[in-house]
Design a protein around this ligand. Structure first.
Ligand SMILES: C[S@@+](CC[C@H](N)C(=O)[O-])C[C@H]1O[C@@H](n2cnc3c(N)ncnc32)[C@H](O)[C@@H]1O
Length: 241
C-alpha cells in the first residue's frame, strides 16, 4: 500500500477501517495497554483549560472515543467527522449507550474538505487520524479555517521516532508483532501491516510541530508518551486576522 497516493489511498483507508470497525476498539486497547484513554484525557484537558462553552470538532472521529471524552464537559457540544460510515456507526452506538446523543453529532466527510463555515469551532481534536491523510498540510489548514481565532487543536498520533535506542526497538515491534496481533485478534493482517508502513512514512513529533508553525499556529507544544512513539502535538489559531 506504501505506493498508493491521492484518492486511491483514501479509498483504501476508508474501506480498511470499515472492515476492522467492530474490532478497532479492542485492538486499540490491546496495543496501547489501555493507555489511549489516558492520552485522550490529557489532550482534552489541554483543550478545555480556560474554555467555557462552544462546539468542538473531532476530525477522523472513528469509533468516537475523542468525541466522548470532549463531551464530558456539559458546556461543550461535539461534532465528529469521518469518511468511514462503518467506524462512525460503531461510535454512534457508544454515544447513544452513554446517553450523550443529544450533545454529539456525527457526519460522514473528508478531513481535506470540511463541510463547515469558517470559524465555527472552539477547539478540535484528531486522534490517530492524521497519519492516514493524503495531504496533511491541506487538512491542517482546513481545520485551522474552521477554528475560531484563539481556538486550540490537539493531535494525538503515533509518530516516527527520530533518534535513540527506541527508534530501533519499535521498528521490529511494528513490523513483525503488530501484523500478527491484527491477524489473530481481528482476522485482518493487511490492516495491521498498513499500520507500521504508515508510521514509517509519517512525520516525527518535531516535524508535525514545524508544520503547525508553518501554517501559522501559535503556542505550539509536544507531549510524548509510550517511549516517544506517541505524541500530542498542540497549537492555537492566532487571534490576529
Ligand atoms: C486509526 S482510526 C482513529 C479513530 C479515532 N479518531 C481514534 O482516536 O481512535 C483513523 C480514522 O481516520 C479516518 N480517516 C482517515 N482519513 C480520513 C479523511 N481524509 N477524512 C476523514 N476521516 C479519515 C478513518 O476512517 C478512521 O476512522
Amino acid at each position: 500500500m506504501a505506493y498508493l497516493k491521492g484518492s486511491d489511498k483514501s479509498k483504501y483507508v476508508a474501506s480498511m477501517f470499515g472492515r476492522i470497525s467492530s474490532r478497532y476498539d479492542f485492538l486499540n486497547t490491546l496495543m496501547t495497554a489501555g493507555r489511549h484513554h489516558a492520552w485522550r484525557k490529557i489532550a482534552v484537558d489541554m483543550l478545555l483549560d480556560g474554555f467555557y462553552e462552544g462546539i468542538a470538532l473531532d476530525v477522523a472521529t472513528g469509533t468516537g472515543d475523542f468525541a466522548i471524552e470532549l463531551a464530558r464537559s456539559d458546556s461543550v457540544g461535539v461534532v465528529g467527522l469521518d469518511f468511514s460510515s462503518g467506524m462512525i456507526s460503531v461510535g454512534q452506538n457508544k454515544i447513544l449507550a452513554k446517553g450523550i446523543g443529544h450533545r454529539v453529532s456525527n457526519l460522514v466527510g473528508d478531513a481535506h474538505m470540511l463541510p463547515f463555515a469558517d470559524e465555527t469551532f472552539a477547539c478540535a481534536t484528531v486522534g490517530f487520524g492524521v497519519r492516514n491523510f493524503i495531504d496533511l498540510p491541506t487538512a491542517i489548514r482546513e481545520i485551522a479555517r474552521v477554528l475560531q481565532p484563539g481556538g486550540r487543536i490537539a493531535i494525538l498520533e503515533i509518530v516516527r521516532i527520530e533518534k535513540g535506542i527506541f527508534r530501533y526497538l519499535f521498528k521490529p515491534y511494528f513490523k513483525y508483532v503488530t501484523p500478527w496481533i491484527g491477524a489473530v485478534f481481528a482476522g485482518e493482517k493487511e490492516a495491521y501491516t498498513y499500520l507500521p508502513q504508515s508510521v514509517e512514512l509519517f512525520l516525527s513529533a518535531r516535524e508535525m510541530l514545524e508544520l503547525m508553525l508553518e501554517i501559522g499556529m501559535e503556542d505550539v507544544s509536544i507531549k510524548k508518551f509510550a517511549l516517544g512513539s506517541v505524541a500530542i502535538v498542540s497549537g492555537r489559531k492566532s487571534r490576529d486576522p
